[in-house]
Design a protein around this ligand. Structure first.
Ligand SMILES: Cc1ncc(COP(=O)(O)O)c(C=O)c1O
Length: 506
């Protein structure tokens, strides 16, 4: 079988921020082949039957080189019989890819998604990562609905793909980026994103030198501080740069109980009381070369902790109780802090709060002017356990079956992509499709291979894809150079992640 090489389109360097939502459409922008992918010659059974061109045809790959959906669900295409006769409830719906695979009325939504993803990526070998744009867009709609009219600043760490940042920022209601390093912020500002809030303090002298020496960067990027020493570090980095640095103050949102003996929430800013934040505001306002423009208060213990964990009713109740108490305490304190800071800086531009898990609660506070959120676009597994919202998993990765050690077990390549945070099972990716696979408790997801147990294993053949969900959103992109964007049953574009553009900021 002769191997042929076909190009996979890459996103080019972007020039403007939110101008063109079509920018991710491979069919419209033949930008040259930055990476190549080898595909085998398809058996003659694979033919284009719907009349609609497949994406690989639109980008110039003749249909003959697209491999069959090799063993969709355990059988070679021609062996699979349509469901009929005795299966009275079955509604035979041929999938539009032309394969002899049938969707019955009893097929779960998840199984239908699997068929769609397998079909869309049949011409691609795993490992690979996809973003289901239908799910991504519907998650974006849901975030907007929950924000109730307040703008959402997109957390770039939870997306890590410029094409998808552009896509979401092209929508009304999403406004600005919440970035995670200063180098990233400068890179984004240089590529046309005009409103970048760096949500974490930086000690990057080189990047501060660039920021303070370039009016365009200084106008686009706002940096986070909670300590006068950080202002000094910026001044020490200036190398003659005289641009005014836009500054946001971060407030500690944690809940303190029992007179401060118990603290719930992340250890972030030392600024807690209205008086402390106002003092810091005065330190910024009184210092030449700085302008105080915003306040940020991220309540991670509310926004990032699921309150409805399956099989853990007591923990879930305790979390709900904690969050109800924390919301009340923070709403009152945040309002006081904002009042105190506005006395020092009456033209404050924004008060940012919240995250994916708290959008509607945070948006309901009058003192908050915008919400920060990103994970709710990809909806990784850590965001499954909330009573207040449920999204559609949009970002998945696929690993190939490479061996079959025995009955009820298959082994896929790699798969060990744990997420950051306090170590625990909830940081592991989950095998998602086909449904019903689980890890071998002795091995878990491995560095180079992952055995998967369960009845569905017996329907999987070598080369079949097992689809996983990452525990967190953007970290997935540190494992893959490109994301294949799936619309309906097709890959309509392939766009680079930050990593694919040569950037690992953290
Ligand atoms: C400052 C800040 N705001 C908001 C968020 C929420 O982001 P996401 O919606 O991706 O969880 C985070 C996440 O860590 C954050 O650090």
């Amino acid at each position: 079988m002769e191997a042929r090489r076909a190009s996979v389109l890459m996103h080019p360097p972007l020039s403007s921020s939110r101008a063109d939502p079509e920018v991710v459409r491979a069919s419209d922008r033949p930008w040259g082949a930055a990476v190549t992918h080898t595909v085998g010659v398809a058996p003659p059974s694979v033919r284009h039957t719907t009349g609609k061109p497949y994406p690989w045809q639109r980008i110039g790959i003749p249909v003959e080189v697209v491999p069959a959906c090799a063993s969709l669900y355990g059988l070679a295409p021609l062996e699979r019989e349509p469901v009929d006769g005795t299966a009275a409830s079955a509604r035979n719906v041929p999938l539009p890819c032309g394969n002899h695979v049938w969707q019955s009325s009893s097929m779960t939504a998840r199984a239908a998604d699997r068929a769609r993803y397998d079909r869309a990526t049949a011409h691609l070998d795993a490992p690979l990562a996809i973003v289901d744009l239908d799910a991504f867009d519907s998650n974006a709609d849901d975030l907007l609905r929950r924000a109730g009219g307040k703008p959402i600043r997109v957390a770039s760490k939870s997306v890590r793909c410029r094409a998808l940042l552009e896509r979401v920022l092209a929508r009304e209601g999403f406004q600005g980026i919440m970035s995670f390093t200063l180098a990233e912020s400068l890179w984004l500002a240089r590529s046309g994103f005009e409103d970048v809030l760096l949500a974490y303090p930086s000690a990057d002298h080189e990047a501060f030198a660039e920021l303070t020496g370039d009016p365009k960067l200084a106008a686009a990027v706002t940096v986070m501080v909670d300590d006068p020493a950080q202002l000094q570090l910026i001044d020490n980095s200036r190398r003659g740069g005289t641009e005014v640095v836009r500054v946001c103050l971060e407030l500690d949102t944690s809940l303190k109980l029992l007179g401060g003996r118990v603290r719930v929430g992340a250890l972030r800013s030392p600024l807690r009381s209205p008086a402390q934040v106002a003092d810091m505001a005065r330190a910024v306002a009184g210092r030449p070369g700085f302008k105080l423009v915003g306040i940020m208060a991220y309540e991670g213990h509310i926004a990032g902790v699921g309150d409805s964990v399956a099989g853990r009713p007591l923990r879930s109740r305790a979390v709900r109780l904690m969050q109800a108490t924390a919301k009340k305490e923070l709403a009152a304190r945040r309002a006081e802090v904002v009042r105190a800071v506005r006395v020092v800086a009456p033209d404050l531009e924004f008060v940012n709060g919240g995250g994916t898990g708290s959008v509607q609660h945070t948006a309901a506070e009058d003192s908050v002017t915008e919400i920060g959120a990103g994970s709710g676009l990809y909806v990784p597994r850590l965001f499954d356990n909330y009573t207040s919202f449920s999204g559609r998993p949009a970002a998945l990765f696929a690993m190939p079956v490479v061996r079959r050690p025995g009955v009820g077990v298959v082994t896929v390549l790699g798969g060990g992509y744990p997420a950051s945070g306090a170590p625990g099972r909830d940081r592991l990716p989950v095998p998602y499709l086909p449904e019903g696979l689980r890890y071998d408790p002795q091995e878990g997801p491995g560095e180079v291979q992952t055995p998967l147990l369960g009845a569905p294993a017996d329907d999987l053949l070598l080369g079949d894809k097992v689809w996983f969900r990452h525990a967190k959103a953007g970290e997935l992109c540190e494992r893959f150079d490109v994301l294949h964007l799936v619309e309906g049953g097709e890959v309509t574009a392939t766009v680079p992640t930050y990593r694919g553009e040569g950037h690992t900021f953290l």
